[in-house]
Design a protein around this ligand. Structure first.
Ligand code: SF4
Length: 423
């Protein structure tokens, strides 16, 4: 379908089609601009982008499937792993990874796209990517301070699916579905639950709320993962938001370009660029995620004029190391993604084995700031439990004052005196 620009937008996948169809949508794809032409040639040239590693996995585990099927996001979702028994066909499970299978009552189910499984080390349970998506027994341990809704999003929700915490912007949770579930997910309480496809009718209350609040100039569309929805639903949502005069910018929070890069199709980006200014925050965890497929997906988005920022959760044993984090930030810049936030892992129930101390986060920021490009340094934040919002944290470079001079410390811990006199 992607190769024929005259065809209509992708139809909803049967798994997702329980949602209501939007009342209207545009299926016209403008082929006149240079950018469209560029994207078309890129898409045609790269329609079979598949890394050697993923190709070897495909040939070994899905010998009947073609690369065209592999590169189809619907195929990826349909063939996602959803049980430990299935997963054990692809990786050799450790004892800690087998135990959830015996207990079988995690609040967050298992789902991993075949593409992302192809990136996992089948023999090493300590591999960062594997730890981020494969359930382990530690998830059943509850630690002091943990909560199902640690950020009190429900408390700040004036209507279903809207979180209105900051004065001029809202979070709009439009689906509870993700193509791959991260084991440390802050929204474990809502993702992958019974009716995780929220559906366009259920968006009405949120859309009405945004329409009725002229102070809202920024809408962050998240979930779940909004880009797991069919193009028709994404476009319906964007067009409704864009029709609200006081909504200046729309942001999409997603991990799809990383776990399901096949989803970033030419029709999708051609559609999204009609709704500028549109920004995207992409959830990255480790430099091992930056594959040719992910690079291609991010390039398509960037060429469509969508500014890309990264969001990374600081995770023990996965990316809590200065060099590992530096590699990730450098890799992001190379694929045109600007490091945006580094999050302290939220105290969601069962996430204790992922959390580091705040000192570790500060150590990582200190190891980045000054040692590499400023563009490579994200803002480190703790989302305050109880709904206090994001609190930025920085190593202390301001030492104090002496005789009117400010005493400052640089990135090498050298002390400098700045003449901070007012005239
Ligand atoms: S992609 Fe985001 S919403 Fe989905 S499981 Fe991961 S952290 Fe949660």
């Amino acid at each position: 379908m992607e190769n024929n620009p005259t065809e209509k937008l992708v139809l909803p996948h049967p798994e997702l089609s329980e949602e209501e169809e939007p009342p209207s949508q545009s299926t016209f794809i403008d082929e006149t601009s240079l950018i469209d032409e560029y994207l078309k040639t890129r898409a045609d040239r790269d329609k079979s982008v598949i890394s050697e590693r993923s190709l070897a996995f495909l040939q070994k585990h899905f010998p009947e499937a073609t690369t065209r099927e592999w590169n189809n996001w619907h195929w990826q979702i349909k063939n996602s792993v959803r049980s430990i028994a299935q997963l054990s066909k692809y990786i050799r499970l450790s004892e800690n990874e087998v135990k959830p299978y015996e207990i079988q009552s995690q609040s967050l189910p298992l789902r991993i796209s075949p593409y992302y499984i192809s990136l996992l080390d089948s023999d090493n349970p300590e591999q960062g990517l594997r730890k981020s998506v494969v359930p382990v027994f530690d998830e059943f341990l509850v630690h002091p301070g943990e909560a199902a809704d640690p950020l009190s999003e429900e408390h700040d929700s004036p209507v279903p699916n809207i979180v209105h915490r900051y004065p001029d912007r809202v979070l709009f949770l439009v689906t509870g579905f993700c193509s791959t579930y991260c084991r440390y997910c802050t929204r474990t309480r809502m993702v992958a639950k019974n009716k995780c496809h929220i559906g366009v009718k259920a968006w009405e209350a949120g859309l009405n709320y945004i329409e009725q609040h002229p102070e809202i100039r920024d809408v962050l569309v998240s979930g779940g993962d909004p880009l797991t929805m069919p193009d028709l639903h994404v476009e319906y949502l964007l067009s409704r938001l864009r029709a609200i005069p006081h909504v200046e910018i729309i942001r999409i929070g997603t991990k799809v370009p990383v776990v399901l890069p096949q989803r970033i199709t030419r029709p999708l980006v051609n559609m999204m660029k009609k709704y500028h200014p549109l920004f995207m925050s992409i959830h990255f965890t480790h430099a091992d995620e930056i594959t040719p497929e992910v690079k291609e997906a991010c390039e398509k988005l960037a060429f469509a004029g969508i500014p890309l920022g990264s969001q990374t959760v600081l995770l023990k044993g996965i990316n809590d190391d200065v060099q590992v984090m530096t590699n990730l930030m450098h890799s992001l810049l190379r694929i045109r993604v600007r490091p945006y936030y580094l999050y302290q892992c939220d105290p969601v129930v069962g996430s204790g084995h992922f959390r580091t101390t705040i000192e570790k986060g500060l150590e990582i920021i200190k190891g980045l700031r000054g040692h590499t490009s400023g563009y490579a340094v994200p803002t480190y934040v703790v989302d305050a439990p109880g709904g206090g919002g994001k609190i930025p944290l920085l190593p202390d470079y301001f030492v104090g004052r002496e005789d009117g001079y400010a005493i400052l410390k640089n990135y090498e811990d050298k002390i400098f005196r700045y003449p901070d006199f007012t005239p």
